[in-house]
Ligand binder design. Sequence first.
Ligand SMILES: [Fe+2]
Length: 463
Amino acid sequence: MPAFDDRYGVPTVAANAAAVAHLDAAIDEFLRFGVKGGDHLGAALTADADMVLAHFLKAYFMRLGNDPALFLIGRDAMYRGQHLMLQGGGGSRERHHAAAARAWYSGNWSEAVHHWQAAVTENPRDILALWVSQLVLFFQGEDKVMCADTARVQPHWKEWEPGADYVQAMHAFALEETNDFARAEALGRKAVERNPLGVWGVHAVAHVLEANSRLKEGVAWLKGLEPHWSPCGNFAYHMWWHRALYHVELEEYPTVLDLYDRGVRPVPSMDYMDISNAAALLWRLKSRGVDVGRRFDELSEKCVIKKDDHLLPFSQAHFALTLASTGRREALASMVESCRIVAQGTSSVARATKAAVLPVAEAVAKQVAGDFAGAVATLMPVRAAMVRIGGSHAQRDVFAQWLIDCAFRAGDFKTARALLSERTAAHPGSPSAWKRLAEAARALGDSKAAGEAEAKARQLLAA
Ligand SMILES: [Fe+2]
């Protein structure tokens, strides 16, 4: 089979150049969360039904859906790609992707990443291998590896050439997750200046502004770029979620509810990420005493159906939180049981379930039963392991807030104060952290510390 260079110069096996051009377009959509990736992929397979990398890209799209039905479709595509490889239908690039896809669908995410890393070492401009490995690393909480991998490829891209903005954005986000905020912001802004449609760069800067509690700047940043990111697929819902987080901290709750209905949850989808965004936002509102109406019930109905999926630890933990928030004791008990079974395995999901998802499910089950002290005792020892559910610091933060909330409800104000002292140290610009610290200090009879923390919160909200 002949090979044609893709748009970044990586030899790709196909029957004709048109198939590679269509695949380039599909990958470009993938890189910016566009809605036409499937159309372009379909065109690539129409141009060459036996194009190996197109079958693996289909397998990637389906696996990233984290849905049982899509998983089966994607596994068939992965098998089709393997079959074509055995018939000599692929080259060096395809061999790495074949091994990675096989490992991913076998449940060994780390091995899959190793194969994508090998693909990138051989072809540093294999942007597909880099991007999909970034996403899989992200959902393992491997931020340092994300940062190292994206640093390695930077010298292979000229600063202003097409595609460079994508790898800059990837590195910017990884820098943010490793708390290198200044470099993350500078690189993220540069990527967005080059290509405002590259939503990952917009997102990286949004994370920096959230982590640094630059709340009004965050609102302005996302508002200014909204025409570019709002046409994205359901990643736009995640961007609305980011926008809403700033308003939560600013205590602008009617705005948050409006953004929830219009942006975060405009359709009642079954998508794992949509549900996770929505649940994390509703929990924040509910814990602050905001009436969220029937919104949580709608989510909870989906989580009852998805409680035993176990395709992604990150979403599984959010399903548990949602079931707990709506008092679905039976569904939660069933989920705890399925977590225990999954945790006995050896797959990447099994290990993350054992380390973090099962403790979360057990802790929220105790919370629903009114055993707040038990809930705190269950989750406190695994705080460091929470990174294993994957996702970003901002996303996992809902579980940190949940733990503090449980400590209050348990009357364990010393633990609440300790956690909040840690929180105000990490997020000195967060009004809610200072407010809650004041609450804990007051409960412990330390009116001086309470007054100081209240003053700090007032000062931040007035700024
Ligand atoms: Fe995010």
